[in-house]
Design a protein around this ligand. Structure first.
Ligand code: SAM
Length: 200
């Protein structure tokens, strides 16, 4: 299941996008390719709280993008709840993407948290343009999952709680203005859940 297959239906060349958890840079790279395709226009604001994540993202972009494409990216060491400090006021943002949890290959104790994720979702809601999308990958699996909730270690119960926060946030968005759905694999119940919030 790949979330950028959904992004392609929403994002147009020249759009402004936000990668709220840039990590190793894979999502940032996919975003730049989408906005830059033929025109080399658009903007991708990518952020992370970890220096190593920003370095990994920088290296990946440096290897994979042309000089002109690299100009379209703004990398920031900032919590995603402060994304409005990075995206200039009035810029219509077509996509805000979150890939929650920890940095693959990195320090597993540095994870997204329910409190800042909720603040960041509220910020994303404020800056998103009509016809835009908030895309969230939430990890509920790892060794435990919903079915063995009481046996989970702190980290996994954290993730389940984060999913509940995302679900509650999405459930309360007014149906006249938002289409909210999630995608789960029925035959892999511990796989990450993809959540998509479309603004009408
Ligand atoms: C699953 S990784 C993201 C993977 C990334 N999208 C990619 O394509 O490689 C989650 C990232 O969220 C970052 N993170 C944790 N808390 C954050 C916060 N409050 N604001 C921004 N990033 C945060 C972590 O440092 C980690 O790099």
């Amino acid at each position: 299941m790949r979330n950028n297959r959904v992004w392609k239906h929403v994002v147009k060349e020249g759009d402004s996008l936000v990668d709220a958890t840039c990590g190793n840079g894979n999502d940032t790279l996919a975003m730049v390719k989408m906005v830059a395709e033929n025109s080399c226009r658009g903007r991708v604001y990518a952020m992370d709280v970890q220096k190593i994540a920003l370095e990994n993202t920088f290296s990946l972009l440096d290897k994979e993008l042309s000089t002109d494409e690299k100009e379209l990216v703004e990398l920031s060491a900032i919590c995603h709840c402060k994304m409005e400090e990075v995206v200039p006021t009035g810029v219509p943002v077509r996509l805000v993407a979150f890939n929650l949890g920890y940095l693959p290959g990195g320090d597993k104790t540095i994870v997204t948290t329910s409190e800042t994720t909720l603040l960041a979702l509220e910020a994303a809601k404020r800056i998103l343009a009509p016809q835009g999308l908030i895309s969230i990958v939430v990890y509920v699996g790892h060794p435990g999952g919903r079915y063995t909730f009481f046996f989970l270690d702190c980290y996994n119960s954290f993730l389940l709680e984060e999913f509940e926060i995302v679900r509650a946030f999405a459930s309360e968005l007014p149906v006249d203005n938002w289409i909210c759905c999630n995608l789960r694999l029925l035959n892999r119940p511990l796989a990450p859940v993809l959540v998509f919030l479309f603004k009408r």
